[in-house]
Design a protein around this ligand. Structure first.
Ligand code: ADP
Ligand code: ADP
Ligand code: MG
Length: 446
């Protein structure tokens, strides 16, 4: 096992990884930008190294600076968290070239799956359903028109190197195609430094259902069931739950088998997520693989009893998975609400600033992952998610009641949050009936 790990991230996910390390008896190194020196992850880690100014490019995305911090502190491994460099194959490769263990899948798998077109081609080859669409990258407007008329409108344009819901454009008809094509291309170029895009049939009212996978370096791969992440605003997840109200035992087995098959086909190890769309007839289609721990991993931990972050670290240290698929037993129901510093009434405008008072809900089956405290300043330069409230109970109905009770107790003063907005969703009749798809919030006007 490692004796020291550097965590190349900030916020709640960095704190989450520090907890896992501490439980495993591993020393931790935090990295931080100048503006972040008061952050919780810096205070909780055994050591902390400043890696640059506030701009992510100069700090949390600064590979050389992070590797220098490893050298300085003699860390043996790097946990990238999620976001920032977590899916950057160049970072993984440079870490390994410096003799550090990158806690994640192989450089090859990160690189291959980071190309959403290549990933889709492989998945199609091994017989798992994919969304109908272009065979490869679309280079010209003429090609785009041809493909779109073949598959029929509406279509969705996506970036080959995409992530975080960025660079996505829905196109309803031929007239919209030209400008959508140019916009998607330039957005992809700006966000991902790669302007290649591809086209898919736009699936009507699908659910976003994803499968958590966990593999070791000896070709053992498990799936830890699904998460339903259909409550989204602008392609960004707001509420996640497991099990999915739309998935029965039979479908769960099919989704799990498909996810494991995909993982095996690319020699996957570590934690990962295979994302699918589930249409109104319960057909599922592969969307992409996220080669890192997911924001919403905690709800899977609550129903499976498996600690995903500790597993990642153990796997990276060369341990074999001890659990077999048949030994896994998913119990109860778990829900997560993402709490963001924002003003829902003002079109979800981010609301950075100093937090005056905080009261974090607690109780039986309540887990809150966060990195806030009274006096903490939510910075405008980074993600505005400040906490994840997760609950666990025997049934979906009880879990919703517990979430409602927890959110009603949650106090964050000094800044605005979406806590009341989340409460409103929890009380929505369609949500209560488990009747949601990715267009749910948009139809409500959000
Ligand atoms: P990202 O890499 O940005 O996460 P994804 O390919 O996972 O991109 O898609 C993000 C979201 O966009 C999905 O969760 C879903 O809500 C929506 N989406 C993606 N592809 C389609 C599609 N073919 N039809 C309908 N919605 C889609
Ligand atoms: P998922 O993990 O379900 O795909 P996201 O797409 O929201 O959910 O997760 C990736 C996003 O997490 C990144 O695009 C980034 O905006 C955000 N992120 C980056 N750093 C952090 C952090 N320290 N804590 C939480 N979220 C972060
Ligand atoms: Mg995705």
């Amino acid at each position: 096992m490692f004796s020291k790990i550097l965590i190349a991230n900030r916020g709640e996910i960095a704190v989450r990884v520090i907890h896992a390390c501490r439980e495993l008896g591993i020393a931790t190194v935090a990295v931080y930008s100048k503006e972040d020196r008061e952050s919780l992850h810096v205070q909780l880690a055994d050591e902390a190294v400043c890696i640059g100014p506030k701009e992510p490019k100069e700090s949390y995305l600064n590979i050389k600076s992070i590797l220098a911090a490893c050298e300085l502190t003699k860390a043996e491994a790097i946990h990238p968290g999620c976001g920032f460099l977590a899916e950057n194959s160049k970072f993984a490769k440079m870490s390994e070239l410096c003799g550090l263990k990158f806690i994640g899948p192989s450089v090859k798998a990160i690189k291959f799956l980071g190309d959403k077109i290549k990933a889709k081609q492989l998945v199609k080859q091994i017989g798992v359903p994919v969304v109908l669409g272009s065979e490869g990258a679309i280079k010209t407007k003429k090609e785009a028109k041809k493909v779109a008329s073949e598959i029929g409108f509406p279509v969705i344009i996506k970036a080959k190197a995409g992530g975080g819901g960025k660079g996505i454009r829905i196109v309803n008809n031929k007239e919209e195609l030209d400008s959508a094509f140019s916009l998607a291309q330039s957005e992809a170029g700006a966000y991902f430094g790669d302007d290649e895009i591809y086209i898919e049939k736009y699936i009507k009212n699908p659910r976003h259902v994803e499968v958590q996978i966990l593999g070791d370096e000896f070709l053992n791969v498990l799936h830890l069931g699904e998460r339903d992440c259909s409550v989204q605003r602008r392609n960004q997840k707001l509420i996640e739950e497991t099990p999915s109200p739309a998935v029965d035992e039979n479908l769960r087995r099919k989704l799990g088998t498909a996810a494991v098959k995909i993982a095996r086909a690319c020699g996957y190890y570590g934690a990962g997520t295979v994302e699918f769309l589930l249409d109104e007839k319960k057909n599922f289609y592969f969307m992409e693989v996220n080669t890192r721990v997911q924001v919403e991993h905690g709800i899977t931990e609550l129903v499976s009893g498996i600690d995903i972050v500790k597993s990642q670290i153990r796997i990276a240290s060369g341990e074999k998975l001890k659990t077999k698929q048949k030994d896994l037993n998913f119990k109860g129901h778990s829900i997560e609400c993402r709490i963001n510093a924002e003003i829902p009434e003002k079109n979800f405008l981010p609301s950075p600033g100093v937090i005056r008072d905080v009261y974090i809900p607690t109780g039986n089956g309540v887990r809150v992952d966060h990195a806030i405290y009274s006096g903490y300043s939510v910075l405008p330069y980074y993600d505005n998610m400040i906490a994840k409230v997760m609950v666990y109970d025997a049934t979906r109905k009880e879990a919703i009641a517990k979430m409602e009770s927890s959110l009603a107790e949650f106090i964050v003063s000094g800044i605005n949050t979406n806590i009341d907005f989340q409460l409103k969703i929890l009380r929505n009749k369609d949500f209560l009936n488990g009747n949601v798809d990715i267009g749910f919030l948009e139809r409500l006007g959000y």
